[in-house]
Design a protein around this ligand. Structure first.
Ligand code: GCU
Length: 604
């Protein structure tokens, strides 16, 4: 009996242990690049596993090796039917779609492996160091294993996630295996259909982060109110520890303040008299900031600005501003793959600046943090967005949790980035009560996390009666800025834009978050000849003329900066898996519409 009891207790302990291990996910520390990181980027071995036998077979009947064990034959007779060592390598970060022709259209599971030695602890480290494993993004689902142990499963292809691996790491060589699955599902976010390439893979940085047992997990530094003076600072530790001393320093503003954490590990202060130089597109002023806890110091560069609405006006630092925008995917110029370097982000931002833009809509999902920080340095305002796109499963609570989690992680990552002025919760979602319930929950969740930025979403206007287009969307009551997409001149009412009028019956600023049309760069002909640059240029000319009459127009965001890959764009010789609505081709060739937009913005 006694033996049985001991066995029972042991089993209970194991299952609790396993649950704890499976739940080793921790919030990704804010401003990750300022931490004590060791990069695991580089060449990782990989192979595709379309039937996911390396996971489900193992789970179900244990007759085969789970690929995450990275098993090697011990005896000549051993049967192992996979080998990371003998498999090819691909670059991480980087999507698989453009690194291996066999994976261009592939949607399924790819297994990745890399081995690494535990980086030496810094001499001053002391025994209480912890090590976190950080992923910048994996599209779409990741199951992460370290030394054969499953750390956890993460869904959502565009936001960071993190595990505490302190107790799983080994001295000497460690084996990190990631199962990545980019299959589309109706209940995912985004759902099964979307007009961009389903780039699979470990698309952003993989880092080991060394932290102390108690570390600064998050902080906020921004204007304290809508006044143009006064700065608020708050900081949160990773655990509830009272009395720990935090120092905030902004040397250029002669600020050096010390504060103590409360029982929840939080501390905050306001400097009501502080009058920093305000960040704006004309003066993208950033301040060097350090935040420290004992010997742990985090450096950041922070801009201070105020964004608000007044009736139908959008005010930046108390002055009306018109958002001269453009939409952009997270896809590099020339090579058309997921952006992984600052240079790739820079190229696209420089194209937007050449148009005369002061605003970019980062469509339709959270972009690389490099792009956000580069835009901030260059004075480009941003609209950031989660991929609640088209026909989401509005009635599925897991889908809402997924969307809410992606929104939380986006805001957690970028809430100190002053360039970001809008959180967008949806794109072109069909009207329904279920959709309104889903989206209003997201809008209030965004406000609960960050009540300093504006909430919007791209509504859709699909028709006109006797040339009058009316925007009618219940969601107007939940957003601060009313935005909508329309394609007069391309998908409907070709050549009718000059006759069109618009009614937006909401006392809020209006952004036209998409409009435009396609053209193959270098194709010329009459203005009514589809796919010529002349046709696209006319769509731009007539739309800009039509939209400028909208009362309360606070911004325009034509679709799209650069031709981008989409499996929905099949016309041979014209599209060839590219959406051709760019004002610049994927090879950097400016189309006539580029000049039309440039001239209109420069007159603004
Ligand atoms: C839609 C959608 C975009 C899409 C564009 C198009 O409005 O929001 O993601 O690429 O129209 O049809 O080209």
């Amino acid at each position: 009996m006694k033996r049985l009891l001991i066995l029972l207790i042991f089993n209970v302990q194991c299952s609790i242990f396993n649950v704890l291990f499976a739940q080793s996910e921790v919030p990704a520390p804010h401003n990750i690049f300022a931490r004590d990181v060791t990069s695991l980027n580089g060449d990782w071995h990989y192979f595709a596993d379309p039937q996911e036998q390396g996971y489900y077979d193992y789970r179900m009947n244990k007759t085969r090796w789970g690929y995450f064990l990275d098993a090697k034959p011990q005896r000549p007779s051993d049967l192992i039917e996979y080998s990371f060592d003998k498999s090819p390598t691909m670059r991480v970060p980087g999507d698989w779609s453009t690194q291996d022709p066999m994976l261009y259209l592939y949607e399924g599971t790819v297994w990745y492996r890399r081995t690494f030695d535990l980086p030496p602890a810094p001499s001053k480290g002391g025994g209480d160091d912890r090590v976190l494993l950080y992923f910048g993004a994996v599209n779409y689902e990741a199951i992460v294993f370290l030394n054969g142990k499953e750390l956890g499963r993460h869904v959502g292809g565009f936001t960071p996630f993190c595990y505490d691996v302190t107790d799983v790491l080994r001295k000497g060589q460690n084996t990190l295996v990631v199962k990545v699955d980019n299959k589309r599902h109706a209940d995912n976010v985004p759902t099964r259909v979307f007009d961009w390439w389903n780039y699979g893979g470990i698309t952003r940085d993989v880092l080991l982060v060394r932290v102390r047992d108690t570390y600064i997990e998050d902080y906020t530094l921004q204007m304290a109110s809508k006044q143009l003076q006064g700065v608020a600072f708050s900081v949160s530790l990773n655990r509830g520890v009272e009395g720990r001393e935090i120092t905030l320093s902004i040397p250029e503003l002669k600020v050096r303040k010390t504060l103590k954490t409360d029982a929840e590990g939080h501390a905050s202060l306001t400097l009501p008299k502080l009058k920093p130089q305000l960040w704006s597109p004309d003066n993208p002023k950033l301040y060097k900031v350090t935040i420290s806890l004992d010997d742990q110091t985090i450096s950041d560069e922070v801009g201070f600005r105020v964004i608000e609405t007044r009736g139908r006006e959008l005010l930046l630092n108390g002055k009306p501003i018109f958002l001269k925008g453009i939409c952009m995917h997270d896809e590099s110029a020339y090579t058309s793959h997921r952006i992984t370097t600052k240079a790739e982000a820079d190229t696209l931002l420089s194209w937007a600046k050449a148009i005369g833009c002061n605003f970019i809509r980062l469509a339709h999902y959270p972009h690389n943090e490099l792009t956000v920080r580069e835009a901030e340095r260059q004075g480009i305002l941003l609209w950031e967005e989660i991929p609640v796109y088209w026909t989401i499963s509005w009635d599925n609570p897991q889908t809402l949790d997924n969307a809410r989690r992606q929104l939380t992680d986006l805001i957690r990552r970028d809430h100190n980035r002053c360039a970001t002025i809008i959180w967008s919760i949806a794109n072109e979602t069909p009207h329904s009560d279920a959709r309104d319930r889903f989206l209003s929950a997201l809008a209030s969740h965004a406000r609960s996390l960050d009540n300093t930025r504006l909430i919007s979403m791209a509504m859709e206007v699909t028709s006109a009666s006797n040339y009058v287009n009316r925007l009618h969307d219940n969601m107007h009551q939940y957003v601060d800025v009313v935005s909508f997409n329309q394609y007069v001149g391309w998908y409907r009412d070709v050549a009718d834009a000059p006759k069109m009028t618009w009614e937006v019956p909401y006392e809020k600023p209006v952004i036209v978050s998409e409009f435009g049309g396609g053209a193959l760069a270098g194709m010329h002909g009459a203005e009514d000849q589809r796919w010529t640059e002349e046709f696209q240029a006319r769509v731009y000319r007539e739309n800009l003329e039509m939209l400028s009459k909208i009362q309360g127009l606070a911004g325009t965001c034509p679709w799209v900066l650069k031709d981008f890959r989409s499996p929905r764009r099949l016309l041979p010789g014209i599209q060839d898996h590219f959406n051709r609505k760019g004002v610049v081709s994927d090879q950097g060739k400016r189309k006539q519409a580029f000049q039309v937009l440039h001239d209109w913005y420069n007159k603004k």
